[in-house]
Design a protein around this ligand. Structure first.
Ligand SMILES: Cc1ncc(COP(=O)(O)O)c(C=O)c1O
Length: 434
């Protein structure tokens, strides 16, 4: 790998002796002798252990909305943790953070905090099951809702294993997930209007929740087709199922009010993490008061670290900055320039590429018509995408190697960073033969 340095290789060898694959998340492993190890990050940049600087478009898989080590957030975190990091007691800043979430997120009347997106979706699913007295969950292929067993089905298995579109087979994404959990899940291609109506007709009265990412942030940022989220809203209401919008990637990124504001859609519940804390461990789930208020009345939810001071202080400060400064506007403007610039480069080189997603979180797929679901996206030229990104990494531009993972932008990306990225891509596209 041209991008890898000797210190990354040495650190990986050391790490592999003590951790499986030498990482603490499978998603951070790019292969033996091919995985970068990090030294530090600041603003829009990340440095690897060999001292090489990258313009970072991975942004920790989305959390960094303002920039790495954003001074105002870090300052507030330091102030707060010096007054105690954790207590089994609720404090004022925690209440203020929940008030901010309720103020900013149109569908959230009440919220509870958590530490990660996985926890947020897991709790939301329990609450939806408890509220409806039902057990089935309907999710869409290619969507990822965290590592728990409830929805880690048909996320990134080869799409050929998903069976017919008419009767999709839920495929667990890991050994160790009990087969019996598969009896509680229905999977469908994203944007399948007819399939969704058919499934709701057949099982709607047994479905506790329909959960979806608004735009497939874990599969090429595939857009919802006009009317699809609205159809989910309509049929969930008709059949009494809870509509959970998983905003872990889109929340506080697509708009201050997340994807529900951006697409003007009102779910019953929504889940948040990532951009909410600019990189600190904080998450939330919330929704209609009628649903949320069953928690504590026979419905269990909690966690030792759900109110950890660092996460809460970072969350509160990040949300205040989002309200006070033109964060989303700036990101949108730079993201749009980057998408348009990349598109021009592909057009100039006669490379058929289609873009999807939002300027703050977008992807492109090469060699196919605009895909509507993971089954179609799978046909894109992913090996070519990988070679492009590997060449870009060598030149100091860092999107994820996996084309499912979108490009993320933050408030610290400057116009000069966008120019540099476009210059690199103009060269890379010429260099890498399709
Ligand atoms: C849409 C979505 N939901 C849930 C999760 C899980 O979040 P976490 O990694 O914080 O557990 C992710 C993580 O990428 C995600 O993208």
């Amino acid at each position: 790998m041209g991008y890898i340095g000797s210190r990354s290789i040495a650190l990986q060898q050391r790490a592999m002796k003590v951790a499986p694959l030498g990482v603490n998340s499978n998603f951070r492993y790019w292969g033996e002798g091919a995985t970068l190890y990090m030294d530090k990050a600041k603003g829009a940049y990340l440095w690897d252990v060999d001292g090489k600087r990258y313009i970072d478009y991975r942004l920790a898989f989305g959390p960094i909305i303002l920039g790495h080590s954003f001074d105002e957030v870090d300052r507030r975190v330091i102030e707060e943790i010096q007054r105690g990091t954790l207590a089994a007691m609720t404090y004022e800043l925690e209440v203020a953070l929940m008030e901010k979430i309720v103020e900013m997120c149109p569908a959230v009347e009440m919220a509870r905090l958590a530490c990660s997106g996985t926890e947020a979706t897991m709790h939301a699913i329990r609450v939806a099951r408890a509220y409806t007295g039902r057990e089935l969950i309907l999710k869409f292929e290619g969507n990822y809702h965290g590592f728990h067993d409830h929805t880690l089905w048909s996320t990134y298995a080869p799409a050929e294993s998903y069976g017919s579109r008419r009767s999709p087979i839920p495929v667990p994404a890991s050994s160790g997930i009990p087969k019996s959990m598969g009896e509680k899940i229905i999977t469908l291609p994203f944007n399948d209007f007819e399939g969704f109506e058919r499934m709701m007709k057949a099982y709607g009265e047994q479905i506790a929740a329909v959960i979806t990412e608004p735009c497939q942030g874990n599969c090429g940022a595939l857009d919802p087709q006009p009317g699809f989220l609205e159809l989910i809203r309509k049929l969930a209401t008709e059949y009494g199922a809870v509509f959970i919008l998983d905003e872990v990637k889109s929340g506080f990124r697509f708009a201050n009010g997340g994807a529900q504001e951006y697409y003007n859609i009102m779910p019953d519940m929504a889940t948040y993490a990532k951009a909410m804390g600019n990189g600190y461990p904080v998450a939330a789930f919330g929704g209609r008061q009628e649903i949320m208020s069953i928690i504590g009345h026979g419905v269990a939810q909690g966690g030792t670290y759900t109110n950890n001071k660092a996460g809460v202080a970072a969350g509160y400060t990040t949300l205040c900055i989002l309200q006070q400064q033109p964060v989303i506007e700036t990101i949108n403007q730079r993201g749009r320039r980057l998408m348009e610039g990349l598109n021009d480069i592909f057009e100039d080189n006669s490379i058929p590429a289609v873009f999807s997603g939002h300027p703050a979180m977008f992807s492109f797929a090469v060699g196919i018509e605009k895909p509507t679901c993971q089954r179609e996206w799978t046909e894109s030229e992913r090996a070519y995408y990988l070679r492009l990104v590997e060449a870009a990494l060598e030149r100091g531009v860092m999107p994820d190697l996996d084309s499912r993972e979108p490009w993320f932008l933050c408030y610290s990306h400057s116009d000069a960073d966008i120019d540099e990225t476009l210059n690199v891509f103009a060269d890379v596209v010429k260099m890498v033969k399709k």
